[in-house]
Write a protein that binds this ligand. Structure first.
Ligand code: AMP
Length: 359
């Protein structure tokens, strides 16, 4: 089985590493010649609007999937004429546009933040009225890791933020005073679904810093499973789907979906019986899903921006993953996972790793 992956970043690289024990082979497509999945499998470099390049890439593939959600939907649809593409391009499309995403949540009865479309500055007064103050103004498309968003309190602030978006269509959201952020990672194969335990996520400046699983409190997990199922049902899903939520007083407000493996699921490599990466591959290949149960309490700390002293990090009691990327401010360069018998010892170990990485 040869799996084609659109995007060649660290998620793709970890997909390949999970697929090799299953006898799978991989081929990646990325716009960047230095995409790090190219270290572990053949990398085709091209533009996503170059249909001839996509056709050459598709030749001989058994299935195509993606490892980042900004793959142009037209590229996925084009490939789908020749080879099965999972998750379905409809899910990709919804995940690319914050307005379409939140409209989908609302249609399915999945609670989400109050939101309003902002196509132009003239829409701002009504939008701010609808969502209240403070509001979060975000570009509808191509925002990630906190990029393309601003917290605004007044109309002039909102106008200034919109001007910085340089005419890109936007969405206004209520600023949610949440108790915590959690994510549900679910894998759907041919009809069967495997849910990972709910993950608790700590972000700073819009970037994920630490994930802890299983999250405390069982009630939220069953709600999150229900919401993820509703979304997967609606688009005929196959693959791993991630849904990020704000937990406000036990109500889960869906913030966004990712039709792919997710940073908040990296702990599953050592912390679950079958990782998110392996289950994504099993799902898109139409194979039986693996066990998504947690083996213990896992904590994952991202390595961001600068490379730590590798020898010192490797001397710590954690699992180290380095992606082979060039350091750059804010860039995800790797992660470290701790696995412990209790939530308390897990939290202490994760804190120790984080303190070292931030020192
Ligand atoms: P996003 O790009 O939507 O995932 O946002 C990145 C991070 O910014 C989230 O994980 C939150 O920590 C924060 N954030 C985004 N939207 C909101 C909101 N409406 N209210 C409060 N915090 C938010």
């Amino acid at each position: 089985m040869i799996v084609g992956v659109l995007g060649g970043g660290q998620l793709g690289r970890m997909l390949a590493l999970a697929g090799y024990p299953l006898g799978m082979r991989f081929r990646f497509f990325d716009t960047a010649a230095d995409a790090v999945a190219g270290h572990v499998a053949p990398l085709a470099v091209g533009r996503f609007d170059d249909l001839a390049a996509l056709d050459r890439f598709a030749d001989g593939l058994d299935v195509v999937t993606y490892e980042f959600e900004n793959v142009p939907v037209e590229a996925a649809r084009h490939l789908a004429q020749r080879v099965p593409v999972w998750p379905p391009p409809e899910a990709l499309e919804a995940s690319q546009d914050r307005l379409a995403e939140k409209t989908l949540f609302s249609r399915l009865g999945v609670p989400t933040t109050r939101f309003a479309a902002v196509d132009a500055a003239a829409d701002l007064p009504r939008a701010l009225d609808a969502v209240g103050s403070p509001a979060v103004l975000k570009t509808r498309r191509l925002g990630y890791d906190g990029k393309g968003q601003a917290v605004v309190r007044t109309l002039p602030e909102a106008e200034a933020a919109l001007a910085r978006f340089a005419g890109a269509p936007a969405i206004a959201e209520e600023f949610v005073r949440f108790d915590r952020e959690v994510s549900m990672i679910a894998a759907r194969g041919r009809g069967e679904t495997a849910f990972y335990p709910l993950v608790e996520n700590e972000h700073r400046e819009g970037i994920l810093r630490v994930s802890r699983a299983p999250a405390a409190g069982g009630g939220a997990e069953s709600i999150a499973r229900r919401h993820a199922s509703a979304i997967m049902d609606a688009v005929g899903y196959r693959g791993v789907l991630t849904v990020e939520f704000f937990d406000r007083g036990g109500t889960l407000l869906a913030n966004e979906i990712a039709p792919r493996v997710h940073n908040s699921g990296h702990w599953t490599i050592e912390g679950a019986a079958c990782s998110q990466f392996e289950n994504h591959l099993r799902a898109v290949a139409g194979l039986p899903l693996g066990n998504s149960a947690a083996l213990a309490h896992a904590g994952m700390v991202n390595i961001l921006g600068t490379m730590p002293d590798a020898a010192r990090l490797l001397a710590m009691p954690c699992h180290v993953h380095l992606y082979g990327k060039e350091p750059r401010p804010g860039r995800k360069l790797g992660h470290a996972t701790v696995i412990r018998e209790s939530a308390a010892t897990r939290d202490a170990a994760a804190e120790q790793v984080r303190a070292f990485l931030e020192s």
